[in-house]
Design a protein around this ligand. Structure first.
Ligand code: ATP
Ligand code: MG
Length: 121
């Protein structure tokens, strides 16, 4: 059993089937890439993993718990973080602060602005 288990995931946008019976298993401490041509469904799959989209059918389990039905915020707290293809940053934070955000997001769901202040000084 991998830390991430995707089984039988389907996602349609109207008449277009973006994901058809996707199955994958990711073991802890391994690195994988999802590759495919434009429109293959890579972003749709990632969106289903992080709660931005809800699959029509199938299951997505992370560390033994279902991510389906949870908000992106809750899924992030479970330990899934996403970095976007087009970088989205907080313009009023430093580079270091932007990089620290995913680390702090898991801590009780609240950021430690004290830690940010320490980095600034
Ligand atoms: N919100 C949406 N509404 C309708 N169709 C969508 C939506 N999102 C994606 N699609 C369609 O689903 C298919 C898969 O798109 P997706 O963005 O997942 O592909 P991709 O593999 O990430 O492509 P790229 O390499 O261009 O990023 C495409 O045909 C796309 O047009
Ligand atoms: Mg994409």
């Amino acid at each position: 059993m991998g830390i991430l288990e995707v089984k039988g995931v389907n996602k349609r946008f109207g008449g277009l089937q973006a994901l058809g019976d996707v199955n994958l298993s990711v073991q802890e401490q391994t690195v994988h890439a999802i590759i495919g041509p434009n429109g293959a469904g890579k972003s749709t799959l990632l969106n289903c993993l992080v709660g931005k989209l809800i699959p029509d059918t199938g299951s997505v389990m992370f560390d033994g718990q279902s991510v389906l039905g949870r908000t992106p915020y809750e899924i992030n707290q479970m330990g899934i973080s996403r970095v976007f293809q087009t970088p989205e940053i907080f313009g009023d934070l430093t580079v270091m602060e932007n990089m620290m955000i995913p680390c702090f997001a898991k801590r009780d769901g609240s950021f430690s602005m004290t830690a940010f202040a320490a980095v600034r000084n």
